[in-house]
Design a protein around this ligand. Sequence first.
Ligand SMILES: [Zn+2]
Length: 81
Amino acid sequence: MTEFRPFDSPIASEFSLEALPPGWVPGDRGRCRSCGASIVWCTRSGSTAPFDPDGRSHFASCPHSDYWRERKKAKREEAPR
Ligand SMILES: [Zn+2]
């Protein structure tokens, strides 16, 4: 039974961040704005991405991954042609 921890606590041991791909540095905990899952924001060379507790990219595992794809697509469409 895990105790509830507020989000401003240090990253809880439930997150196996050793499983993160090399180079990613764990930062703030948060929640996916799309599906509400607990995630950890990680940074690598100036880019930020959400990761699941098991170290997988949340971009890949989010049940609403269309949301992330659309965000990327929207960014691309902003660029001049
Ligand atoms: Zn999600």
